[in-house]
Design a protein around this ligand. Structure first.
Ligand code: 2P0
Length: 328
């Protein structure tokens, strides 16, 4: 049995961008996805979280960026901490303080880095000593994409069918040295449909959902081959198509959800124009209007400058591959 501990532990985790997307669960409670997915962890965006368990508290005290969280977020994090307490056989309230270095407007899921950092800090503070696979399984319970942020670089989330068999693992590829993400942050208002709600609607109402399951099997296998062969062009091509097909699911669900806005379409067309000019780049889009451009290091400067002319300079953020979860 783990020893109850009031030791304060701080962990840091980076966010990730999916190249083959996770979109839909087969178990809502355990967060078991319908399909596997594949991502790249990014260096620029991260969450740092400090956790201690203490007899001196009446209930969990949770702050994000120095502010007490609202009831909805408190409940979500409290439920996650209950999983940790159960595993560690402790019954002490926690003090959690988290800082997000993920610009809200970047449209990069802070829930991935947030739950990866919380899983690492809370489990260790509770006296558990989990390996990275176990941390990935635990982070998944907070937010699906968080299981991938335990690891750095390219990461595959193996869908599995239960708590034990659903986890992420790192994938090796020399492409890691050269791949870059240019994130274009074009939107600041909160989205109407959370990913969680939107993916549930897609599973329940999109007539194309069954095809998506087959498609992802194909895309995952194909992307893993591109990683082995250092084939950036095919990796970019598949990532771009996979993103558009995920959006076809949201558009074809009832109610129909369109995450794109005018700026999104403008950037999509710009990426195509850049490609026609011989500057190799591809786009991917998550559950929001922001676009992330996948390119090689040698083209970062020309792509950044191109978009800095259209948007503000501070809306163009260049990210490199990032590391997995670390402790301070
Ligand atoms: C992904 N997204 O693979 C996909 C692509 C957004 C678009 O994972 O319900 O916050 O907490 O498991 O992980 C965002 O969804 O959803 C996401 P939950 P999560 O990155």
């Amino acid at each position: 049995m783990a020893t109850p501990s009031s030791n304060q532990v701080t962990a840091k985790a980076h966010t990730n961008i999916a190249l083959v997307k996770y979109w839909g669960k087969k178990d809502e409670d355990l967060i078991i996805p319908q399909t596997g997915s594949l991502s790249l962890t990014l260096d620029h965006f991260y969450t740092e979280t400090t956790v201690s368990f203490s007899k001196g508290l009446k209930t969990d005290t949770i702050k994000i960026d120095n502010q007490l969280v609202n009831q909805k977020n408190w409940q979500k994090i409290h439920s996650f901490l209950n999983i940790v307490r159960k595993k560690a056989h402790i019954n002490l309230p926690a003090e959690v303080s988290s800082f997000n270095h993920v610009p809200y407007a970047a449209g990069l899921a802070s829930s991935a880095s947030a739950f990866a950092a919380l899983a690492a800090a809370s489990s260790r503070a509770a006296g558990l000593s989990l390996n990275k696979k176990q941390l990935s399984q635990l982070a998944r319970r907070g937010s699906g994409s968080a299981c991938r942020s335990i690891f750095g670089g390219f990461v595959e989330w193996i869908a599995g069918q239960d708590d034990e068999s659903s986890y992420a693992m790192p994938l090796k590829s020399d492409l890691i040295n050269d791949i870059r993400i240019v994130a274009l942050t074009i939107k600041t208002s909160p989205k109407k449909f959370s990913s969680r709600k939107a993916m549930r609607l897609s599973v329940q109402t999109s007539p194309y959902y069954k095809s998506w399951i087959q498609l992802v099997k194909h895309d995952l296998a194909a992307v893993k081959i591109t990683l082995l062969n250092n084939d950036f062009s095919t990796l970019g091509h598949i990532s771009e198509l996979n993103a558009m097909r995920m959006h076809a699911l949201t558009m074809s669900s009832d109610p129909s959800i369109l995450y794109f806005n005018e700026a999104t379409l403008r950037i999509i067309n710009s990426v195509k124009q850049l490609r026609e000019k011989g500057i190799e780049c591809y786009y991917t889009i998550d559950a929001g209007p922001n676009v992330k451009i996948i390119c090689k290091e040698k083209n970062v400067s020309i792509i950044s400058k191109y978009f800095e002319k259209i948007f503000d300079k501070n809306r163009v953020i260049v990210a490199k591959p990032g590391s997995g979860v670390t402790y301070e």
